[in-house]
Write a protein that binds this ligand. Structure first.
Ligand SMILES: [Zn+2]
Length: 281
């Protein structure tokens, strides 16, 4: 396969994955809410027998959340479908969130970036998979302030599996990365909780940081946390300054951790030498 075919094929596939990520971002938090309600129902003293609506990533098919109008195959084509519909449902005219074409585009850009940076290598494929997970987790945490275990733990296992073949780092670095990531946040949270009197870091972030360690090794933990904190502070103050968020309002952390991990993925060595620069003699 020549280079151009490989680039076009992976970008197209990335756009299609982006379309599926939209389903994950929309449905996974709702599936978690339904599962929680079902659990409360089952453990309640007097359960009502109303069956919970069926919802999975595959069922029901794509439809308008407002009027349940089924989305046709053509309208489901990434980005093009959104443009053909003029950004609104064909049946009821309800506006479609811009998030849909943005996530589809990001899915495609992720694949394109990995192919251009890493060429036709296992790193390119694993890099794409990491970014696709990152897109889903980032948007879900941004909107719902939750990092689903289904994503963070899967990401952790997939990272360990890739690094069993040393795709990004040696297996031992990946294992200590996973242990170190979880432990570091556990300790940081214990200290911060004592100081602030409330939980400072969500449990979901522990697992996500462990997953980042599993993908890029223990060496990546400090650089990715530094980038995450810096971008988090800038965006956090930016949101307060523009009035979009209030002081003291909790801010999601997963998107910033994932930006930190992406910095390690693409800039790895440069980032490491830049960070260790001031201390080198
Ligand atoms: Zn509709």
């Amino acid at each position: 396969m020549n280079e151009l075919t490989w680039i076009l094929a992976s970008t197209t596939f990335g756009l299609a994955v982006g379309s599926f990520l939209n389903v994950v971002i929309h449905r996974l938090p709702r599936m978690m809410d339904l599962a929680e309600a079902e659990f409360e129902e089952a453990t309640a003293d007097a359960p009502t027998l109303a069956p919970a609506p069926r919802l999975s990533l595959a069922f029901p098919g794509s439809h308008c959340p407002n009027c349940s109008h089924r989305i046709t195959l053509i309208q489901n084509i990434p980005v093009i479908g959104f443009c053909l519909l003029g950004g609104a449902c064909a049946a009821c005219g309800e506006r479609i969130s811009l998030r849909y074409p943005i996530v589809e585009l990001l899915g495609g850009v992720a694949a394109l970036a990995c192919v251009l940076v890493f060429g036709p290598t296992p790193q390119a494929i694993s890099g794409m998979i990491f970014i696709w997970f990152a897109i889903a987790m980032g948007f879900i945490d941004w909107e719902h302030l939750v990092v689903p275990d289904a994503l963070s733990l899967s990401l952790l296992w997939v990272g360990l599996a890739f690094n069993a073949f040393a795709v990004h780092v040696d297996p031992s670095d990946a294992i200590f990365g996973a242990i170190g990531g979880y432990t570091a946040f556990w300790i940081l949270n214990a200290i911060a909780t004592r100081a602030l009197g409330r939980t400072a870091i969500g449990q979901g972030d522990f697992k996500l940081f462990a997953a980042i360690g599993a993908w890029f090794g223990w060496q990546a933990l400090a650089p990715s946390l530094l980038v995450a904190s810096a971008t988090g502070v800038v965006v956090g103050y930016g949101l307060i300054w523009t009035g979009l968020s209030k002081r003291g309002q909790p801010l999601c952390f997963a998107p910033f951790l994932l930006i930190g991990a992406l910095a390690v993925l693409f800039l790895g060595d440069q980032l490491q030498s830049w960070l260790s620069g001031p201390w080198r003699f």
